[in-house]
Each structure stands twice: as C-alpha cells, then as structure tokens.
Design a binder for this molecule. Structure first.
Ligand SMILES: [Zn+2]
Length: 633
C-alpha cells in the first residue's frame, strides 16, 4: 500500500491557526520527546506512551495521526487511545476533544509553561485493520510509531523534530528499523532526532526469534530482510531461494538505475499468530505473511510478490508520489485519485519482478493475468463505475465488504486492472518504438532519475502524461481518459499485441488451482457466476449470471447438487454433466433455517481463463518476463 520532504502541496491545506506568535515559533523548534514503553505489550497488548511537547502559554491543540501515509485512508486507530493525561507546570491540565475533529485535543497552557507532558496507553487490538491488528505476540513486536504519537495539531511533519526511544520487552529481543542512529542501553533503544515524517515512515519490528538475510552490501548500500517468526524452524529459507531475493534487488536496480534508499530493511513477520501486512516506506517495508511464508514453495512465491511490491513503492509511491498524496500533516486528507499509477504500476512490477528474479514462473504470471482479466471483465459494476472512481473512493472502498464486490467494484480494481493497463502501456511502447522503448525505460526516467536520500518528489497527472509523451510521443492523455477515466465495457487487453490470447477452458489454470487449494475456495464465477468456499457457502453471485437468474444469493449455503451432498468436486461434476443434458443443475440450498431448491439452467460447462499463444505472432511477453539484470558470463 507509505516519507515526505520536498513537496508541492497541490491540495488546499485548511488550517485554522495561521498566526504563530514569536514565542510559539521558538518553542516549536524544540524537539518532541517520545518515549514508547512496549515492555509488557506481548502480555497486556498495551503500549505506554510518555511525551514531552514544546508549547506556548494559551490554547494548545494536539492531534493523533489520522491519515497515515501508505494506508490511503483515515485509518489512524484513535479508538485505541486511552488513559490520556496531560500535565504542565507541575499540575494536571484538563483536556477536551474537538467535536469537529475527534482526533484533536485541546488544553489551556498556563503562563510561564514551555513544555507539557502527555501520557496515554495504546490498547492493541487483534481485529483491526493494517498495523492496528499487528501489535505483539509472545515472540514478535510490530511498532508503527504513528499509533504511539500525539503531536502539535498543525505541525509540518517534514520539519518538526522528534527524539524517540522505545523500551523492548526483554534483553533477548532484537529490534530492526530504518530509523537512523539506534543506541541500545539494556532493554531501551534511543534513536537520533528525526522528523515526524521520517519517524512514521520507519516502523520497527522486534522479536526473540530472528534472522537477518543480507541481500546487498556494496558501496555503502545495504539491503536486508529482517525476519521475525514464531519458531526457529520458520526461518529456514532454502539457500537456493536466497539468491532469488538478491535478484529482486538487482532487477529493481535494472529497472530504475538509481536508489532512494541507502540501507533498506524488509521488516518481515513470518507468523501464524501475527496477522499479515504489506505497507510501503521509503527505506523499509512493514511486511507479514503466514508461518510457512519462507518454507512452503507456494507461500514463498507469495512472499516474493509481497516484498517485490512493497520494495517497488520505494520508487513509485514513496519517492515519486502524486502531489495530492504528499501532504505535510497527518490530519490533512489525502486525495487518492492517482493510485491507479502508484498502486497499479506497483502491482504490475510487484508480480513481474519475482518472475525475472526466478522466484515465480512465467506460466503462473500468465495465469494470474488471465484470472485478472476474466475477473475484471465479468464485473457488473464496470457498466457504471469507471476505474478512476475505485481510486478516488479508495479511502472507504478498502474497508468495503467483499460480498457483491463485482457489483460495487473495489480498491482491488485499480491494483489488478492497473496491472493489465501497465502491461498494455508496455506493449504499446514496444509497438510505437519498434521495440526500442519500454515501460522499464520510462520507469527509469520518471521514478529512478538519480540516487537521492529518502524524500518525496511529487507529480501531477499533467506532469506524468507530459513525461510519458516526452519519452514516447502518443496521445497518452486520450489513452488514459478512455481506459481509466471513462466507463469501459472491458479491461485493457494487452495480450494479443504480445502474441497471446485469452481463452476459457474446462481446466482451472495453475493460479486458480493454487488459490482453490490454499483458500479452500470454490470458483465457478465464469460459469454459474458464483464464488464461495468448499463448504458450499456462497460469498458472491454475479448480477445477470445463470446463478443470479435462478435465484441464488449471497448468504446461501449449497447443501446438495443434483441430489448429492455438496462438495466443490460434486458441483463441478454437476456443471459438466449439464453440458450434455437439457435438464437444469438442481441445488438444494439452505438460508438461515429454510431449505429450498434452485434450478440453474446452464449448459456451458466449467469455464476457466487461460492465455494461449497466437501462432505466427512473436512472443513479446517472453522478453518482458526474462531476467533484465546483468547476469554472470
Ligand atoms: Zn502497494
């Protein structure tokens, strides 16, 4: 899915307090002192926060971060803040919550007082979203500093300095972070003063079951995976696979040709107890997969895709960022419309780079593309909701229910349809240039540029299109307006230009087969129009599909198919049998405590998407998925 320094604020920054007195300005130069005590978090799920904030006498407002970079929504978990206590000049200062902005608090600072202390407890939650659900297990601590921060309400996060310290649960806990200057004393780790922006951009993981995999150590640049697990056996990455992760770094270098990080940390939890995650930062990423994320071959390729995606954001999302997402304060709403570039192109490279690096196969990549195309193509919602609106509405679509997602369209659309779009742009660049230009070439110029420290170099849609036009002249604005901004009957289809075409057959492709096994899912989306699980629970029914016309709905459980007890195999057998019969597929369905019969008049057989070669047309996809890094001779 998140650092900011130099930026152009294209969006309006509404700020009530614009008059800063000389004394207040002086006070704001003093750093915030932030002491985070996570010593008992593995047991209590509570983190104790003690802060010293520079203030001036009079009314003072401070805020809890609402818009956390990389989360693309107002996700700051304010509901987990409790025990708020403020003192100044040796006395308790009563606080009040702002009634219009509930993440904001007010106190009256007495005359002569230049600092206040703020104490609160952060109450961890297992059922929240993003970082919120990832606080602590018996062996792992996942720290997102924004959760443990109250800061002056209108502070410029690029210039406001904080001095952070964290207390770990014990002497055997190892901590890793991209935050500069760690100094450990006992269980306490102090860091060099940093901007609020750098702090929140530098999560910290700690744990008792830890292993570091160094991917790069050359010329002052380092890149490592810091793995925190439940048990030591989960750390056993097959030695042959380590080379694949090293190759991910080399492949990104081959695309971008410049780095915006000096010491990169993949902070990776491999755990069945800690929920998964994937949030980008400039010099690190907050990553999490299940307990077999390094040791099971199928899960390992998923882990490679996750790390590749989040790493790509160091260039696309963190360094180059849509200006409307580069705000200078965590309370200023982000405008998410250009996520189809930020996330869409990252989804493309996140899936592609593991293939180039040898951690995923070309066949799986193609099967994944076929599934994406078929899924997007069958969404009833595309008749009324253009792709751009899934990005514009991302702040609430991320948390929308999964059911009826085809009708609604979701935040997932600008990721996966974005992947098709950027492959299509890749194909078009090859076509227009006679094979001399590619998306990699444009990415190098636009997102690479030159080595820099972590920083933000913002762009607008107009600047993006102008840069693409300068690289390869074409009506790119018209192209994006028709594929992204307008309602389109079908997603971009890059396949035929690359020597492939989409067909449907009765055999699940490798990506679908793996998903069905891994997620225990039932996918009959492109035949009956339903998705569910291997217990018969129907989670989605496509509007207008044979199942919908027959009266099947979400929330139904299929109990039997043609008089046989339901299993995914029995349903697929029923779909096959109906191919050579005029009789409908008869389901016994349970909804709450009522059983009924649903007869689906469908005779088209199972339908699964595949990409197959077009004879006589060169296979340009093979060139795209081939390694691009310099290989040893
Ligand atoms: Zn992302």
């Amino acid at each position: 899915m998140n650092l900011l320094e130099r930026r152009l604020i294209a969006s309006a920054f509404f700020c009530a307090a614009t008059v800063v007195t000389a004394s207040a300005a002086g006070a704001q130069n003093a750093p915030l002192i932030l002491d985070v005590d996570a010593s008992d978090a593995p047991i209590s799920s509570i983190v104790h926060v003690h802060e010293t904030l520079p203030v001036a006498p009079g009314e003072f407002a401070f805020a809890y971060p609402r818009w956390v970079p990389g989360e693309h929504g107002p996700e700051g978990p304010i509901q987990n803040v409790a025990g708020l206590h403020v003192t100044g000049g040796g006395q308790t200062l009563p606080w009040s919550r702002d009634l219009a902005d509930m993440n904001e608090f007010h106190v009256d600072v007495p005359a002569g007082v230049s600092t206040i202390t703020v104490d609160f407890d952060y109450l961890g939650s297992k059922d929240g979203t993003y970082g919120e659900a990832r606080l602590a297990t018996s062996t792992i601590l996942a720290i997102n500093w924004n959760q443990f921060l109250l800061y002056p309400q209108h502070a410029d996060i690029a210039t406001t300095i904080v001095q952070p310290t964290i207390v770990l649960p014990g002497p055997d806990w190892t901590a890793e972070t991209a935050l500069p200057g760690p100094t450990r004393t006992g269980n306490s780790v102090a860091f060099a003063p940093a901007t609020l922006e750098r702090l929140v951009d530098s999560p910290l993981d700690a744990g008792t079951v830890f292993k570091r995999f160094t991917l790069l150590d050359s010329g002052g640049f380092t890149n490592e995976i810091d793995v925190f697990a439940d048990r030591a056996s989960q750390l056993e990455l097959p030695p042959k696979k380590l080379g694949g992760f090293e190759a991910i770094v080399a492949e990104m270098d081959a695309i971008y040709g410049a780095r915006h990080w000096k010491n990169y940390h993949f902070l990776l939890t491999i755990s069945d107890a800690m929920p998964g995650n994937g949030v980008e930062h400039g010099s690190s990423s907050d990553d999490g997969t299940g307990g077999d994320g390094l040791t099971d071959p199928e899960s390992l390729s998923g882990t490679a895709g996750l790390l590749s995606h989040e790493f790509n954001h160091s260039w696309d999302g963190k360094y180059r960022r849509p200006a409307d997402l580069a705000t200078n304060n965590f309370q200023v709403p982000e405008q998410t419309e250009l996520l189809w570039i930020y996330e869409g192109m990252t989804q493309f490279y996140g899936d592609l780079v593991p293939v180039r690096a040898g951690l995923a196969t070309a066949e799986r990549f193609r099967d994944g593309l076929a599934n994406i195309y078929a899924g997007e193509d069958h969404e009833p919602g595309r008749a009324t909701r253009p792709l751009i609106d899934t990005a514009a509405a991302a702040p609430f679509l991320y948390s929308a229910p999964r059911s009826l997602s085809g009708e609604r369209r979701t935040a997932g659309d600008f990721y996966v349809e974005g992947e098709l779009l950027w492959l299509d742009v890749y194909a078009k660049l090859l076509d227009l240039s006679g094979g001399t230009k590619s998306l990699d070439g444009f990415a190098h110029l636009f997102f690479g540029i030159a080595n820099t420290p972590p920083m933000v170099n913002p762009y607008t849609y107009a600047q993006f299109v102008a840069a693409l036009n300068a690289y390869q002249p074409y009506d790119w604005d018209g192209y994006f307006k028709s594929h992204v901004y307008a309602v389109t009957a079908h997603p971009p289809n890059p396949f035929e230009a690359l020597g492939w075409k989409l067909v449907y057959t009765a055999t699940p492709n490798s990506a679908e087969a793996a998903r069905a096994k891994f997620r225990h899912s039932l996918d009959a989306a492109f035949s009956l129009g339903i998705a569910g699980n291997d217990k018969g629970a129907v989670s989605d029914v496509l509007t207008g599909s044979p199942a919908a016309k027959a009266g099947l709905g979400i929330g139904d459980t299929i109990v039997a198919v043609d008089s046989r007890e339901y299993s995914s195999e029995v349903l697929i057998d029923g779909i096959k049998a109906a191919q050579s019969s005029s009789a409908p597929i008869v389901l016994i369905v349970k909804r709450n405590d009522i059983y009924r019969t649903v007869s689906i008049d469908y005779h088209g057989g199972p339908q699964y998407p595949h990409l197959v070669r077009i004879d006589g047309v060169p296979d340009r996809l093979a060139g795209i998925v081939a390694p691009h890094r310099p290989m040893p001779k």
